[in-house]
Design a protein around this ligand. Structure first.
Ligand code: FAD
Length: 286
């Protein structure tokens, strides 16, 4: 079923994002993660896609693993930077033949270490080009990424919202946010979207804050601010991973509770293929 429809039918629920395994051990861990998290009857599950190189085949394998479960809707991510339309069509044909009805359409990131990367060098420059392509293909419900604090490359939050509007108008059916740790960024983004006349579901992307140093590094490259008070509390227990994890998970539980108390009842979790952390959060928020 199309996720757009699922989100209309079920006004409460969670979705889970996984990443493809790189090793046999990773594959077993992914299988275990799926086995544990399926009990929460997710709205849908998604699988990330490497922006270049071998990860793409791994994504297809991991998507096949999810499809075997048959208990939830599966959405592969797809990035377009550096791709050619023929490749994209082949992949869409393959996904369609496997019964997939949803695609997360993303631009992806340029290869690391290239400062003057030419975004216009191939068939796709931005996610909007992929959205238009998939829309033209038909069949698929399309999800896109949105950024509560603005995308890192955008000159301003307003400019980013203008691009977001164009991308959504091109045919996106729903959106998932980048991680954020202060709900005000999410609410402000929803306000900006409303002012622009954007009216699609926007699922908040929740990343459990378990290891502050790792998350901080990641957050700095995708513009997500970690509130000072929580960073300081976590830094104080540096070297005590269990204590740090507990503080972080309690913080994420509170973040989810506040979203729910503000009427946001569909949450998207970046699971990092770690079911125990997600389970603790879900049990706490009921
Ligand atoms: P776009 O919407 O194209 O935006 C990228 C930048 O270009 C923005 O700054 C935007 O303002 C600007 N822009 C857009 N249109 C124009 C224009 N016409 N002219 C000038 N500037 C413009 N990456 C992966 O590699 N694999 C994944 O599986 C993956 N999953 C993700 C899931 C989620 C929920 C999120 C939030 C991100 C994910 N990403 C993934 C990361 C994503 O690929 C990067 O954030 C990437 O930098 C931007 O992708 P986008 O689709 O938002 O791009």
């Amino acid at each position: 079923m199309k996720i757009e429809q699922i989100l209309k039918n079920r006004d409460k629920g969670v979705s889970f994002e996984f990443f493809p395994a790189r090793t046999e051990k990773g594959r077993q861990s992914l299988e275990r993660t799926i086995g544990i998290l399926k009990q929460y009857n997710p709205l849908y599950v998604s699988m990330t896609y490497g922006a270049g190189g071998g990860d793409q085949d791994r994504t297809k394998d991991a998507v096949a693993l999810l499809l075997e479960v048959k208990e939830f809707e599966v959405m592969p991510h797809l990035t377009c930077l550096g791709a050619e339309s023929t490749q994209i069509k082949e992949l869409l044909d393959e996904y369609k033949s496997k019964g997939i009805e949803n695609i997360m359409a993303l631009r992806g990131d340029p290869p690391q270490g290239i400062n003057d990367f030419d975004f216009a060098q191939k068939d796709f420059s931005y996610a909007i080009d992929l959205v238009k392509n998939i829309k033209g293909y038909g069949h698929f419900c399309i999800g896109v990424a949105v950024y509560p604090e603005g995308h890192i490359e955008a000159a301003s939050i307003e400019e980013d919202m203008e691009h977001t509007k164009q991308k959504i108008d091109a045919g996106a059916d729903f959106a998932v946010t980048q991680m954020f740790f202060d709900n005000q960024y999410y609410y402000s983004m929803l306000d900006r979207m409303k002012k622009k006349g954007i009216d699609i579901p926007v699922l908040p992307g929740i990343l459990p804050l378990t290891d502050v140093a790792k998350v901080k590094k990641f957050a700095s490259i995708c513009r997500a601010t970690i509130p000072r008070h929580i960073e300081e509390r976590m830094q104080r227990v540096k070297g005590q991973p269990q204590e740090m994890e507990k503080i972080g998970i309690d913080f994420t539980i509170e973040q989810c509770r506040q979203l729910i108390s503000n009427g946001i009842n569909q949450l998207h979790f970046f699971t990092l293929n770690k079911p125990q952390v997600i389970t603790r959060i879900l049990e706490a928020i009921n």
